[in-house]
Ligand binder design. Sequence first.
Ligand code: FES
Length: 102
Amino acid sequence: MAEFVTVATTDEIPPGERLVVGVGRKWIAIFNVDGTYYAIADVCTHDDGPLAEGELHDCVITCPRHGAEFDIKTGKVLKAPAMVDVPTYPVRVEGEDIQIEV
Ligand code: FES
């Protein structure tokens, strides 16, 4: 059953920053875009590239490996060579804790 787990505190991810956390067997990238947090799998669906190492413009992350683009709000793939959306995870803030539902 899905549950929210605390993965970081708000001071660890200020606006414009990102953090990769391990939850179970998953690597998840958490982004702070102007105070709103988004969480996606840190694994590109093309060839497992580390998405959190890519450049972020607005809410579009570019995979550093071959340049695929994803919307971090929805996980939708926006540009090839990736063809499959990347998983996203709900995020909530409880006090100073950032929690994601996995
Ligand atoms: S691994 Fe991300 S575009 Fe190829």
